[in-house]
Write a protein that binds this ligand. Sequence first.
Ligand code: FMN
Length: 335
Amino acid sequence: MLGASTPRLAVNLSCAGGLGFIAGGTDPANLNKMLDESKRLLPDHQSKKFEARSDTLPIGVGFQLFNSNLNALSGALSMHKPAVVWLFAPKLEEDLRVWATKIRDVTDGLTRICVQVGSVAEAERSVALAEPDFLVMQGADAGGHGQRQSASIISLVPEVKDRLSAMGKAHIPVLAAGGISDARGVVAALALGADGAVMGTRFLVAEEAGIADGWKRELVKTSDGGVTTMRSTLCDRLKENHDWPTSYDGRAIRNKGHEDEEAGMLDVENVKLYKEELECGDSAWGPHGRMVIYAGTGIGLLRAVQPVESIMEETIRESRHIMDRYYVNAIASHL
Ligand SMILES: Cc1cc2nc3c(=O)[nH]c(=O)nc-3n(C[C@H](O)[C@H](O)[C@H](O)COP(=O)(O)O)c2cc1C
């Protein structure tokens, strides 16, 4: 979530009971700057809710492996030792092993490794290659990039849990990602056997998120995400990002660019119109505009732009409330 996930967002999230991530990007100087900034923001919080392990920086850093240079970026990881590094989208799966080994090495084994994958087979291979400290299972509802062919977390998470057990790897925690926008999704993920939940789209409407106001406005306005968002490679073609491995596409709000493509418009014209609209400011956002608005199917559950702390407080409180209700019902049924 390069640009969207600011150091302030990540730090505030970690301090509110979750684990916030920044996007590592491809520029080592910028990564260093963001990690420095995160460190600078922490002392204000550390005495509050976050029980930091003092030997690591209590945020995570995510990398898209296919376009990132491990050797160039590893210096920043060695210096700052983030709590977790999140690996996604390798060009070759073998790269997961190379990244995991190097990061463990340069951080003296302090930084935990997680891998985000989108299928049971990919989970199995990434465990064999990188022995991650935890796995993120990304379902088809997720906003942003993901595997073109994937199931929703409803079947993906329990099947992966079963596969890990069969492999003797049941100790590896599994987090569910994709379409989780509130406490009901979090508790559902736990019921599926997940050890935790990942929310991406929900934090795009955090006050701290570094995206355009027009993007936030459309996120709050849009509902019925199964219809109003769609998976496609169009957004990459518009942004002339041609390096994504071919098995990936991205979920975004369906807009004029998608409509024109379906009506037969060629990329060359679509890209031209997209570039023209980049100059149009706020009016270019939304279903009638051409700006790329990555978002998951959980978009209809976003009600307002809020500080991260209040998103987390609300999600944790309501999750506890739902779980208490089921617990009380379960006890009552045995009386
Ligand atoms: C705007 C946006 C950017 C994203 N960028 C990345 C990324 O750079 N790397 C990555 O591993 N996942 C990325 N994701 C996907 C998330 O890791 C996660 O799987 C997803 O947000 C979960 O689904 P949700 O958006 O429905 O909560 C992105 C998601 C969004 C919405």
